[in-house]
Design a protein around this ligand. Sequence first.
Ligand SMILES: [Zn+2]
Length: 104
Amino acid sequence: MSLRVSETYAHPPEHATCRRHHADGNLVLVELSPQAVIDQPRDASVPLELLTFGSVRETCPKCQHTHLQLVLRQSSVRVAHLFCADCESCFDAHYSNGTPALTI
Ligand SMILES: [Zn+2]
């Protein structure tokens, strides 16, 4: 006779599973308008300061080889997103099941 583990332990939350499996759980990237996520300074001569929180596994769909940078909410950033420093594009990321990937 063997002890069976309860069903609940066999089904961790979907996003936790994705993070552990490195090869799959690909993120779906949706391009966002930079105006929608970043507060642009009114004076265009003022440089926009973006704090990034390291690069992620995903690469830019436009540049192909550039790894995206994680940008979390900060003074001039309204929505956490992934940012490509090369083409200055912003992307939202979610899992294929629709779970947002960038919320903490
Ligand atoms: Zn790019």
